[in-house]
Design a protein. Structure first.
Length: 385
């Protein structure tokens, strides 16, 4: 694969700036940014009339292209990583779900062993979604496998994962929940309040203990009521909380997404897909944690009608939220990469600057992907554009 790339006359967009320049990529890094760079490169790209954004970061994704994190195999992680670049995602957190202890442990150990290749989206760590959630807000998480939070168990899991667990979705109000939240926050792990029936008072307590994120806003959390704001109202009003949003307009009405944008602003939103293995495939029946999911034009559902993840692609999420909010390109960068990078405390991703990883996506003016570049390698080109 190419080791040096020169992109000329492109509009570079970060969360805090937009400017036209040239960009030189070498050995997986952004080596030089400047006007009219006269540098020989293996590949030269004319970026005129195009936008260059930091590669998208998906903090919550279960599967894609027929593969799932819970398969517990190298083949599945690699299949996910190779498919995600087609939608501009250059790094991600493979996300587990509520399952048997044995199933979760197999998935964690598999991710620990996995090494990303240069033609794939990079695995940044693990998002542990469940089993420490509320039985009142299960969604597509199998209720029979839900457990109360256990620090002893979690520490074993973290060891098994090679300290790869970066984010945990927790219902803080369940037995042992607050102690669990406080302890893992001190370890530097992101606590994301989700699948939770917490009251506003309980949410506020979790925030004081260190919780700073919410999992798929509006979905499987105590809804807003004017006398009890619940999880939804509390996280919308809490400045400390950044919240995931599945912007497919199936999980949330466009006006709900627009309301979240107005209340949280772009700095408080993280676009995610929460996709399952059917993403990118035809409609039909698929497996999710041993449950049959029917995928139709109306999305992915269990037999009881519950939404079972999504088939959303990140580039579509970006276009969707732009359409409904009329946000700026800089705000799109915040929601699609920069905020995730800040949550994960990454100092080398989510921004286009010299010394950063060469993870970028080249887009048309209407935000369709032209090329995806992961760590300095062109890993996807849209032949139709």
């Amino acid at each position: 694969m190419e080791k040096t790339i020169l992109i000329s006359n492109v509009t570079i967009v970060n969360h805090d700036q937009k400017f036209v320049s040239d960009l030189f990529l070498k050995n997986g890094k952004i080596e030089k940014i400047g006007i009219n760079l006269s540098i020989q490169a293996d590949v030269q790209i004319n970026g005129t009339s195009s936008f260059l954004l930091p590669g998208f970061i998906d903090m919550h994704i279960h599967g894609s292209a027929g593969f799932d994190t819970m398969d517990g195999t190298e083949e599945s992680l690699r299949g996910m990583a190779r498919s995600l670049v087609k939608e501009g995602t250059t790094s991600f957190l493979p996300t587990t779900m509520t399952q048997t202890t044995k199933g979760i442990e197999a998935a964690l150990a598999n991710i620990n062993r996995f090494e990303s290749k240069e033609d794939e989206a990079e695995v940044l760590g693990i998002h542990l979604e469940g089993p420490y959630i509320s039985k009142k807000r299960v969604g597509a998480q199998p209720i029979e496998h839900i457990l109360d939070p256990s620090l002893e168990q979690f520490n074993l899991w973290q060891q098994l994962s090679g300290n790869c667990i970066k984010q945990v979705t927790v219902a803080p109000e369940v037995t042992n929940g607050f102690e669990f939240v406080e302890t893992i926050c001190r370890q530097g792990i992101i606590v994301s309040i989700g699948h939770s029936d917490a009251t506003s008072e309980e949410v506020e307590k979790a925030i004081k203990l260190g919780a700073n994120q919410a999992t798929h806003l509006f979905n499987q959390m105590r809804p807003f009521h004017h006398r009890e704001p619940g999880v939804v109202g509390s996280v919308l009003m809490a400045e400390e909380i950044r919240t995931e949003i599945i912007a497919d307009f199936l999980h949330s009405h466009p006006n709900a997404v627009k309301m979240a944008y107005r209340l949280k602003s772009a700095t408080g939103i993280i676009l995610i897909t929460d996709a399952m293995r059917a993403k990118g495939l035809s409609n039909g029946d698929y497996d999710l944690g041993g449950q049959t999911v029917q995928v139709t034009e109306q999305g992915a559902h269990l037999s009881n009608g519950a939404l079972a993840g999504s088939i959303l692609k990140m580039d579509q999420a970006v276009r969707n939220i732009r359409d409904v909010t009329d946000c700026t390109l800089q705000e799109l960068v915040a929601m699609s990469s920069a905020n995730a990078a800040k949550q994960l405390k990454l100092t080398h991703k989510g921004y286009i600057a010299e010394g950063y990883d060469a993870d970028v996506v080249l887009l048309t003016k209407d935000l369709h992907i032209l090329k995806t570049i992961c760590r300095g390698n062109i890993v996807f080109e849209n032949k139709d554009s």
